[in-house]
Design a protein around this ligand. Structure first.
Ligand code: COA
Length: 499
């Protein structure tokens, strides 16, 4: 197949203006990411280090295979939502390689509010678990948490998707043979104690780690009794007497070494169910994507120009090129992995709906993962004569997308307005991951306020998993495809198609 051709001129004022606007959005994104990476304030970090402990991101680096990437999910969760809490919501979640095996890491940050859990902390924890469950990834939970952040209990305790779901998901995953491992680094109270207690294997650190349902402060407040940490829930007591923990480590580094050995004994890592081709860079530079994206309400480039800068060799085998032209469908490879791409190129029409459903069905039959590239103002006006049957054909697309049981990835490259946000595999349609570029906007309607529709707001509420720069897209998708390819294939059963 020959490469696509491009009509883009990179030396025009329009291209350069768009690129500058996109680059400044990426710089703003980078600043928020760095804020999230630092964690608690300097005083809290110094106090933590003075106790001889590693910072949470140092723990992650020490656990992962040297040089292997860490794909963080929900990094900007709760940005600006809680006073004194940097983006991330007191927890770090993401996937990295341990002894050659992809694992989900769920890590409390004790330098922020004692690692206590806010409502959004539990939401991020649950999202990480659901991602791990879907990909059958062992979960490694690094615990050092004061439990619930008490003033936010109503967002932590009562509902599904909150603290109770964290525990439910742990035991359900364990029952399916998805390993649950915990390390207890410091005092861990209430929820912070239940979480490791519900794991398959637990490592605790001598003279540092502790697990109790009520802290010594709580015991004193309730009974007036002064108790020390060790007899109440210390590492020695749990390792020798209660048996809640399985491995007694001397310090953080030792606990992480023990954990690597636990992972090394989980059996052989799962193999890939697909055979990727040799990876090949696109013929057109992915850096040029910054000059092609939609900024604000100005249109972006033709969808084929975006695809040409994302796929191997800029080769795209288009399906039904002459029909339903506002939805591009076709096969391509990303870092060697085959994908079926559905990319908006205008509003969704009746023809586009039927074409999309047909294409999704093809991919399901062939076990090819789906990539949705979303940039659409929504569905066309169904009163137009050539849009009769839009409801029927649009419904076909909803049915196909919802039921397709191949891995699905959604990237909002521009706009996702109204029902386009659903039909193009928005959050409610359960893509394996939902990504946004920094310029992306998504909302029920085009006139939503900027700060509601913007990518940062979506990331803050965890309505998307990651905001990534256009030039990072291939690397992120390759990691996601590799993970998805290590799960068993499933047959798809569609609902009744309305013909
Ligand atoms: N709810 C709300 N805030 C809490 C909290 C809780 N359960 N536990 C700790 N915090 C806050 C502290 O007020 C402090 O806030 P600040 O940064 O605004 O000053 C911050 O977390 C750090 O706490 P601090 O005690 O100074 O730090 P530490 O590292 O010495 O100890 C803990 C951390 C978690 C071990 C200790 O604070 C503790 O035991 N807390 C009580 C835990 C508890 O009983 N939880 C029951 C939940 S149901």
């Amino acid at each position: 197949m020959s490469p696509m051709s491009s009509a883009v001129a990179t030396d025009t004022v329009a291209f350069q203006r768009r690129r500058d606007a996109c680059l400044s959005m990426m710089a703003a994104l980078q600043a928020r990411r760095e804020e999230a990476s630092v964690g608690g304030n300097e005083k809290a970090r110094r106090l933590h280090k003075s106790r001889g402990q590693m910072l949470p991101r140092e723990r992650i680096t020490a656990l992962l295979d040297p040089g292997s990437p860490f794909l963080e999910i929900g990094q900007l969760t709760a940005a600006d939502l809680y006073e004194g809490v940097p983006p991330g919501a007191t927890i770090i979640t993401g996937v990295g390689q341990v002894c050659g095996r992809a694992c989900m890491l769920i890590v409390n940050d004790p330098t922020v509010k004692g690692g206590t859990m806010f409502g959004m902390t539990t939401k991020r924890h649950v999202r990480a678990q659901l991602f791990a469950w879907q990909h059958r990834l062992p979960c490694i939970t690094m615990v050092q948490s004061g439990g619930a952040f008490l003033p936010d209990l109503e967002n932590i305790f009562p509902d599904e998707g909150q603290g109770g779901s964290v525990m439910y998901n742990q035991v359900k995953m364990s029952s399916e043979g998805i390993a649950q491992i915990a390390l207890v680094f410091g005092p861990s109270t209430a929820g912070g104690a239940y979480i490791p207690a519900l794991c398959d294997e637990v490592v605790i650190i001598r003279n540092r780690g502790a697990m109790f349902l009520g802290s010594p402060q709580l015991v004193f407040a309730a009974t007036g009794e002064v108790v020390d940490i060790e007899p109440l829930g210390g590492a020695e007591m749990h390792s020798r007497v209660s048996g809640v923990t399985d491995h007694l480590a001397e310090d953080d580094a030792h606990a992480l070494q023990i954990t690597r050995r636990i992972v090394a004994h989980l059996g052989a890592p799962p193999g890939l169910r697909w055979t990727p081709a040799a990876a090949e860079p696109p013929k057109y530079d992915p850096q040029e994507l910054a000059g092609l994206v939609r900024i604000g309400e100005q249109p972006g480039a033709d969808g084929r120009e975006i695809i040409a800068r994302m796929v191997d060799g800029s080769r795209f085998q288009e399906f039904k090129q002459l029909h339903g032209e506002t939805l591009l469908c076709g096969f391509a490879r990303i870092e060697g992995f085959e994908v079926g791409i559905l990319a908006n190129n205008g509003e969704l029409t009746a023809q586009a709906g039927a074409k999309g459903a047909h294409f999704v069905e093809l991919c399901c039959q062939r076990d090819i993962p789906l990539l949705f590239l979303v940039d659409s103002p929504g569905f066309a006006d169904s009163d137009l004569p050539d849009q009769r049957g839009l409801g029927r054909h649009g419904a076909k697309l909803f049915n196909a997308v919802a039921n397709a049981d191949v891995p699905k990835f959604t990237l909002i490259t521009g706009h996702a307005y109204g029902a386009a946000c659903y039909a193009m595999c928005g959050r409610a349609f359960k893509p394996s991951a939902l990504l946004m570029w920094p310029n992306a906007r998504a909302a029920a309607a085009r006139d939503a306020a900027d700060d509601v529709a913007g990518a940062l707001n979506w990331a803050r509420h965890l309505w998307c998993d990651m905001v990534i720069a256009p030039a990072e897209t291939r690397a992120v998708l390759a990691q996601l495809l590799d993970m998805a390819g290590r799960t068993p294939a499933k047959p798809t059963a569609f609902a009744v198609f309305r013909m």
